[in-house]
Design a protein around this ligand. Sequence first.
Ligand code: CTP
Length: 404
Amino acid sequence: MIEPARILVAVGGGIAAYKVPELVRALVGQGHTVRCVLTDAATQFVSPLVLQTLTGEAVRRGLLDVSEEGEIDHIRLADQSDLVIVAPATADLMARMAHGLANDLVSAVLLATRAPILMAPAMNVNMWNHPATQRNLELLRERGVLQVGPESGELACGWEGLGRMAAPPSIVSAADRALSSGSLSGQCVLVTAGGTTEPIDPVRGITNRSSGKMGFALAAEAARRGAEVVLVAGSTSLPTPEAVRRVDVGTALEMRAAVLQELEGATVIIKAAAVADFRPREAADRKLKKETLVESDVMSLELVRNPDILEEICQIKGERIVVGFAAESHDVIPAARRKIERKGCDLLVANDVSRSDAGFSTDLNAVHLITPDGAVEDVSLRHKAEVASQILDRIEKIRGEREA
Ligand code: CTP
């Protein structure tokens, strides 16, 4: 059960604002005290009177309105909230949040509040994909702003794609999670992320296309849920998420050593890293020169097998929950079912790496969650932060089932 909280809903000026009464109603139904603030544009899409009636609280629109400020000033609105939900978070509102503008009531409150902010973006797909919006999104995420959606589908503007505001029940679930942010407190989550690099000589190595984004998103979300998080990171250029302890490694052997070293205290292990299955038998200590090396145009490298870290951990995991990943390019589900059986983990996250819109290097992912009994749960295309959230929900469910 979520304790009743004070939730401020900041409504942006987009067509999706018509769904806000439904959201507000659900939040009030859970026992929360809900207040709404609207941008000028938002009042074109949703009636302040409807929101006032549903919440039983005065709705505020203007920053410099003497009578509104007299009732409750904007700083008190910001201070007296346990959670701020921005719905819809339009491209413009996200830009203003990212750059710290405070030129209307909504942006001023968003700048002044110390409460967690959960945004539900909604806009045209091209506005969403624009580098400016994506950069703003990154900035906001780095600052710990939580996100739900957008979802993919038919948009009000006639386009198809990502940009639809998350449905009110999804926003309510995300709000529940934000308010009960300690759902993993007391747990120690060990995450591996990124690719390994197996050296050939001091300037060359064998690596793969993993960006580390999925593993980093998992680490960030686990930390947000109150877990102590250790992130064993292979090759990646991503910044360390807040409140996460990071251990950098290069090769699969280094990753194995780091994982075994950190294993003791871990209660959950998530192996999102793309580990090289083979490494050159010997790495040259000086740069290989082609004149001295090859007599013909062919050069051979002898590769030896790397240990399978996931398989090894599963043999000694005890009570720990171990989650593996599977990168598959074809026959995804059957291959993943064989993999979970072979590796012996508690959950396998299967990625179809042949898709160009998801997986390696992209910000989006679509996965299948597979359990040892062969059951499959699909997570459709969405941002990796959201996929991470669903994976952690599933892990918490496994923990709950075990405890029961
Ligand atoms: N993994 C590991 N150690 C390895 C290889 C893989 O711990 N040497 C882990 C990965 O971190 C991932 C899971 O095993 O969680 C599956 O990785 P994947 O590359 O999909 O499978 P492989 O075991 O390498 O099998 P294959 O390449 O034949 O599909």
